[in-house]
Design a binder for this molecule. Structure first.
Ligand SMILES: [Zn+2]
Length: 242
């Protein structure tokens, strides 16, 4: 065993000891068994949960959207942007609309700012411990991972390529290593044409239902078409408003 391997083994022994000492009797078993099988064992229950969702971004995406469906949109909320960034609203249509992140609609400590539901111990979404809301938290661990995924789906390109059995979703041809992640319905179109879709169904445009891995050349051609559509839309609107 090399010195590095010995160091890692020792570190893992300590982490396993710490994790087994601190993990409560009730704990999601899938999370615990995964944590103990890691090459670097997360030393705390909280880190074990975080590492679990990090490994399952698509599960996190599905769960976050399901939790948001329970909350629904706050009354009087609509998806708005603020190009001057003065009100704390997003400046562009790129980030997913998140009513509970807006000051006016936040549900306060102990509620997740992504889905609006209560957050429990360790950032979990179910109160397995009967301990009530975790008032120090305002994100579910799962929703934090979903949020990252929605904002940077390309980070999970490998996973999405595998999910499509390495077939290009547009051309049906073999998916190359440098394949790119594309929004089937481009986000500018969501903002211009579908912004009245009720929340949280809107979130589906950022999640897996609207994502596809496509080859780079196909993506470039699709983007060029979309850019043409955008410029045509701008000119048409210009003609009507002039
Ligand atoms: Zn949440």
């Amino acid at each position: 065993m090399s010195a590095w391997q010995e160091q890692r083994a020792e570190r893992n022994r300590q982490s396993v000891a710490r994790l087994t000492r601190t993990v409560p009797d009730i704990f999601p078993s899938a999370v615990l068994s995964r944590a103990l099988a890691r090459p670097f064992v997360p030393p705390t229950p909280r880190l074990a949960i975080d590492s679990y969702w990090r490994a399952h971004p698509l599960r996190a995406d599905r769960l976050a959207r399901a939790l948001a469906r329970i909350s629904g949109a706050p009354t009087r909320w609509t998806w708005r942007l603020d190009e001057r960034r003065k009100s704390g609203l997003p400046a562009t249509f790129r980030p997913p609309p998140a009513p509970y992140r807006e000051r006016a609609f936040s549900r306060g400590p102990g509620h997740c700012c992504v889905c609006g539901q209560e957050v429990y111990r360790f950032g979990w979404h179910v109160d397995l411990w009967d301990a009530g809301q975790n008032r120090k938290a305002n994100w579910h661990c799962a929703c934090a991972i979903a949020w990252q995924f929605w904002n940077a789906p390309s980070e999970e390109a490998r996973l999405l390529r595998r999910l499509q059995a390495r077939r290009c979703a547009e051309s049906g041809g073999r998916l190359w290593k440098n394949a790119e992640i594309d929004h089937r319905v481009p986000l500018f179109r969501v903002w211009h044409e579908r912004r009245d879709t009720p929340w949280p169904e809107l979130l589906d445009y950022w999640g897996l239902p609207n994502l596809q891995a496509i080859n780079r050349d196909v993506h470039a051609a699709k983007c060029a078409d979309e850019a043409r559509d955008r410029s045509f839309a701008r000119k048409t609107v210009g003609a009507f408003t002039a």
